[in-house]
Design a protein around this ligand. Structure first.
Ligand SMILES: *[C@@H]1O[C@H](CO)[C@@H](O)[C@H](O)[C@H]1NC(C)=O
Ligand SMILES: *[C@@H]1O[C@H](CO)[C@@H](O)[C@H](O)[C@H]1NC(C)=O
Ligand SMILES: *[C@@H]1O[C@H](CO)[C@@H](O)[C@H](O)[C@H]1NC(C)=O
Ligand SMILES: *[C@@H]1O[C@H](CO)[C@@H](O)[C@H](O)[C@H]1NC(C)=O
Ligand SMILES: *[C@@H]1O[C@H](CO)[C@@H](O)[C@H](O)[C@H]1NC(C)=O
Length: 465
């Protein structure tokens, strides 16, 4: 769906086309005029999103790729080989995120992985250009099972990466970590962001071409305290902007000559400089492949939007409600800072509250001390009050002005300038802010200090006895 918004800037008209994505048809930010938590749809957020891989088969000319797998039903080791050729029969990264058709799966295959050449892993990365809240990452293996799989995420658009989950056939050998599973990991609210290494098991079923028919799932919430309301720490654990998946072979454990001997055992071709003793065997070339990569989650809008928008520049942001703004609706709008921003929950939409500046200002700052003093109801301090007003809510007249009570407080001339007699008053430019009473010299009286008190006489400049 496309919507057009017209933005008028400096008298020229810019037409922006904005495309709606991840829209929920059922989650609404208001119900009968009342604000409520709203969320973009739960989907495979990387469907059709561009994926990058550090290697792909066939990029350096045609090569043979063999998928090796173990068939549990026949208890046989099986193999299916094909040629990967960038032009004719290719297995590009876009096959990872194309629409998943169960009986016609497309696979991506990596370039060759060879321990001797130092290529022990292939990385798959996805950049989403925005924060998303992820519930699961699911991989579907095509052919040879890696020794280990590491899932990393970034919260800062790929600047830094942190591990999210490891899978390995031997967690200790690969990551020096114990093998755990979600059920026995004993994760509590205090270690909710603990990274686990889970046993990597071969998929239960494969088709005749070596494509796994079951997925390998990583759930971000299973086994972690995740009842509502979610903790801040769990939310952070689930959030990512970029995803990286490393498909790996085990790191070498033996000293290099021994390892080479093992790898090249039974072969005539020896790497340069190795002892020329018995036969060495050539290392089998491995290609890793996946038929599907899916990430179940939502565009992160903190409960304040039911859809996200993507503009001409490919920038994604939430379509924020509840007086919030920002890419993820992560802050209150500038004139809605009367209390701190909060994520919407099922119980409370946590709408950002308008600062009451009595129409004398449209901007405010949040002041925490004031908020505490006001019993956590409001803490907004209006900025740059106009019309000669001042005060946290522009509710007081500035020095030199007093309140005309017959005008409403919001009126542009609710505060009028003091009219004090220049000779009769002590401070001619000041008066009582509420009554307008000027401050009179001795013996002088009247609202504007323009008369002598009873019993005083007037001379040129004084009232005296
Ligand atoms: C399977 O997918 C390929 C590649 O997208 C396509 O060319 C082919 O027609 C599909 N086959 C069937 C049976 O859908
Ligand atoms: C794969 O990603 C990991 C983790 O960020 C990094 O250490 C490694 O160098 C990457 N490998 C390649 C081949 O880019
Ligand atoms: C502050 O809020 C509490 C609880 O809502 C209430 O019981 C108390 O009376 C309030 N105090 C003031 C000074 O408004
Ligand atoms: C504030 O008072 C000054 C006179 O001191 C006046 O010129 C000005 O118009 C007043 N501002 C407004 C917005 O009424
Ligand atoms: C106060 O407001 C009333 C009503 O608008 C107006 O008639 C009156 O002139 C104002 N008084 C002064 C002193 O400006």
């Amino acid at each position: 769906m496309f919507i057009k918004t017209f933005v008028i800037l400096n008298l020229s008209v810019w037409i922006h086309s904005v495309k709606v994505i991840y829209e929920s048809q059922t989650s609404s930010c208001y119900s009968n005029g009342k604000p409520q938590q709203c969320l973009p749809s739960f989907t495979n957020i990387i469907e059709d999103v561009k994926v990058e891989t550090t290697s792909t088969c066939g990029t350096n000319g045609p090569e043979q790729i063999c998928r090796n797998w173990y068939d549990r039903s026949t208890t046989e080791a099986r193999q299916y080989c094909s040629i990967c050729d960038a032009k004719h029969r290719s297995y590009p990264p876009l096959h990872l995120t194309d629409r998943h058709i169960p009986n016609n799966q497309t696979c991506w295959f990596s370039g060759p992985l060879q321990e001797v050449s130092g290529q022990n892993e292939v990385n798959i990365t996805v950049a989403l250009k925005k924060s998303f809240e992820v519930y699961y990452v699911a991989l579907q293996i095509c052919g040879t099972l890696p020794d280990s799989i590491a899932i990393y995420k970034s919260l800062d658009f790929g600047v830094t990466w942190r591990p999210w989950q490891f899978f390995s056939q031997d967690c200790y050998r690969a990551f020096k970590m114990p093998t755990t599973n979600e059920q026995n990991s004993q994760i509590t609210p205090t270690n909710i962001q603990e990274v686990l290494c889970v046993e990597l098991k071969a998929p239960d079923r494969y088709n005749d071409f070596g494509q796994a028919e079951t997925v390998l799932p990583f759930s971000t919430t299973v086994g972690r305290p995740s009842g509502p309301p979610w903790s801040q720490s769990l939310i952070e654990w689930m959030t990512m902007t970029n995803l990286k998946i490393s498909l790996m072979r085990f790191p070498p454990v033996k000293s290099t000559p021994d390892r080479y001997k093992e790898l090249f055992y039974h072969t005539e071709t020896l790497p340069h400089g190795l002892p020329n003793s018995i036969n060495y065997k050539s290392e089998p070339i491995v290609h890793f492949g996946l038929s599907d990569l899916a990430v179940g989650g939502r565009c992160k809008c903190n409960g304040h939007a039911s859809r996200c928008l993507i503009d001409d520049n490919d920038e994604i942001r939430c379509d924020c409600h509840h007086n919030t703004e920002g890419q993820d609706c992560e802050r209150c709008k500038s004139n809605y800072l009367d209390r701190p921003w909060h994520r919407a929950t099922r119980q409370n939409a946590n709408v950002c509250k308008y600062c009451d500046c009595n129409l004398h200002s449209y901007r405010c700052n949040f002041n925490h001390q004031l908020y505490v003093k006001n019993n956590f109801t409001n803490g907004g301090v209006c900025i740059n009050c106009q019309h000669n007003t001042t005060g946290n809510n522009c509710e007081i007249c500035q020095n030199g002005y007093y309140r005309n009570w017959t005008k409403p407080q919001e009126h542009r001339s609710a505060c009028i300038s003091c009219k004090c007699h220049t000779i009769g008053s002590i401070k001619p430019n000041e008066c009582h802010k509420k009554t307008g009473q000027c401050y009179c010299k001795d013996g002088v009286t009247g609202q504007t200090c323009d008369r002598c008190k009873e019993g005083y006489k007037q001379t040129n400049s004084h009232c005296h006895v």
